[in-house]
Design a binder for this molecule. Structure first.
Ligand SMILES: Cc1ncc(COP(=O)(O)O)c(C=O)c1O
Length: 396
């Protein structure tokens, strides 16, 4: 067991032991193929069905609107490719935002190569799109609007409900990537009024490699994976029964414990931010006001200190945080989300995402603040620019 301090819950979370306990039998004694027509198969399919009910209930959906996938990336791919395949050749325009996850952005770049046109609606300084900008981008030939429910880097919550209401009047389908939102804030497909929604289990203490796409009844989408008759022939492949069972249990617990968990992480996050602000000068928190973003997110800019170096110092002290999304952490580019919010490249490179979980403690926060204070002080001591600023000779 790694006994470091983990402040990277937006990247992934540990598997809840109650979830693991439900999954274990399906690796060994209950190993049946859910598509087999014998007792072993029936046992497995019953577990898959039960999990589907739990997931549908958690999201306010119907059971036959839930399609299992391998996670958020596949769900996002399927939503976009599936809708564009189904709507026909006269609708080759998609509206999205400039701060989506790469599962959306890179899927759209692929479609662009095939002749689709994509409008990337900008966001404001808080990392939020305007409803009128999104609605104003809809055209006669728009096939889909895809706007994430909550951003993975800065946690800003998007006005998806208002967007869906307007798009519906114009007869345009709406997809939302709710990967960061489910388990963090209440998510109900009918309340939101969306047609498609992506979810991934590993963001709320479920297993990795399993997720779902909600597809509202009546919405036509093409298949992403052809194969057997699983998922009403829409997504072939032998069911990953243990993971599906774990997904069901994890989402059930996430909804039951939502208010306690979010209260706890909000408390820890607010405490962290206020301690950082007290201990370190020239610190700004990126993104929306704290009530308009995910309760566990703090994306902090340590001006005049390079983010990579701060992260390294944290890592050496056994503290895990991240530069942006885990998926782009191999890239040397500054975060596309922070740049889209209008931050300079320098500020974007000095920003770090801390995302908390309810198992974190105040002692961990104190330790992290101390490590950060020392690391930032040291890094700034190497910066001639910071020395000028400190002595009052430079512009802040
Ligand atoms: C907003 C968002 N969408 C999609 C994904 C991809 O999900 P998965 O890791 O399940 O493929 C992530 C994961 O970081 C995410 O944060």
């Amino acid at each position: 067991m790694n006994n470091g301090i983990y402040f990277d819950h937006a990247a992934t979370t540990f598997l809840d032991e109650r979830v693991l306990a439900e999954m274990l039998p399906y690796f060994q004694s209950k190993f049946g193929n859910a598509s087999s027509r014998h007792a072993f198969g029936r046992e497995a399919v019953a577990a898959v069905d039960e999990a589907r009910v739990k997931i549908a209930t958690a999201l306010g959906a119907k059971e036959n609107e839930i399609y299992f996938t391998s996670g958020g990336t596949e769900s996002d791919n399927w939503a976009i490719k599936g809708v564009s395949d189904a709507v026909g050749q006269d609708k080759k325009h998609i509206v999205t935002t400039s701060i989506e996850h790469h599962a959306i952005l890179n899927t759209l770049s692929e479609l662009a190569k095939k002749g689709y046109e994509v409008t990337y609606v900008p966001v404001n300084r808080q990392g939020v799109v305007s409803v009128s900008d999104v609605v104003g981008a809809i055209r006669e030939d728009t096939a889909l609007v895809s706007v994430m429910l909550a951003n993975n880097e800065v946690g800003s919550i998007q006005p998806v409900k208002e967007i869906a209401k307007e798009a519906k009047k114009m007869g345009v389908l709406v997809h939302t990537d709710a990967v960061q939102a489910v388990g963090a804030i209440p998510v109900d497909v009918n309340e939101l009024g969306v047609d498609l929604l992506s979810v991934s289990a590993h963001k709320f203490n479920g297993p990795k490699g399993i997720g779902a796409l909600f597809v509202r009844n009546g919405v036509r989408i093409g298949k992403l994976i052809t194969g057997g008759e699983q998922e009403r022939s829409m997504r072939g492949g032998t069911y990953n029964v243990p993971s599906i069972v774990g997904f069901g249990k994890a989402i059930e617990l996430a909804v039951e414990e939502l208010s306690a968990r979010s209260e706890r992480v909000r408390f820890l996050r607010d405490r962290f931010v206020s301690e950082i602000e007290k201990a370190i000068p020239f610190v700004t928190v990126n993104g929306a006001e704290k009530d308009k973003k995910l309760p566990n997110n703090a994306n902090v800019c340590f001006e005049y200190a390079d983010g990579e170096s701060v992260l390294l110092a944290l890592d050496m002290a056994g503290i895990a945080a991240s530069l942006g999304s885990a998926c782009s952490s191999g890239s040397a580019d500054p975060s596309h989300v922070l740049l889209a919010m209008g931050l300079s490249e320098g500020r974007a490179r000095s920003s770090i995402r801390f995302s908390f979980g309810s198992e974190n403690t105040e002692e961990e926060i104190e330790k992290a603040v101390d490590v950060l204070r020392r690391a930032v002080e040291r890094l700034r001591s190497y910066s001639p620019l910071f020395k000028q600023i400190e002595s009052g000779k430079g512009n802040v």
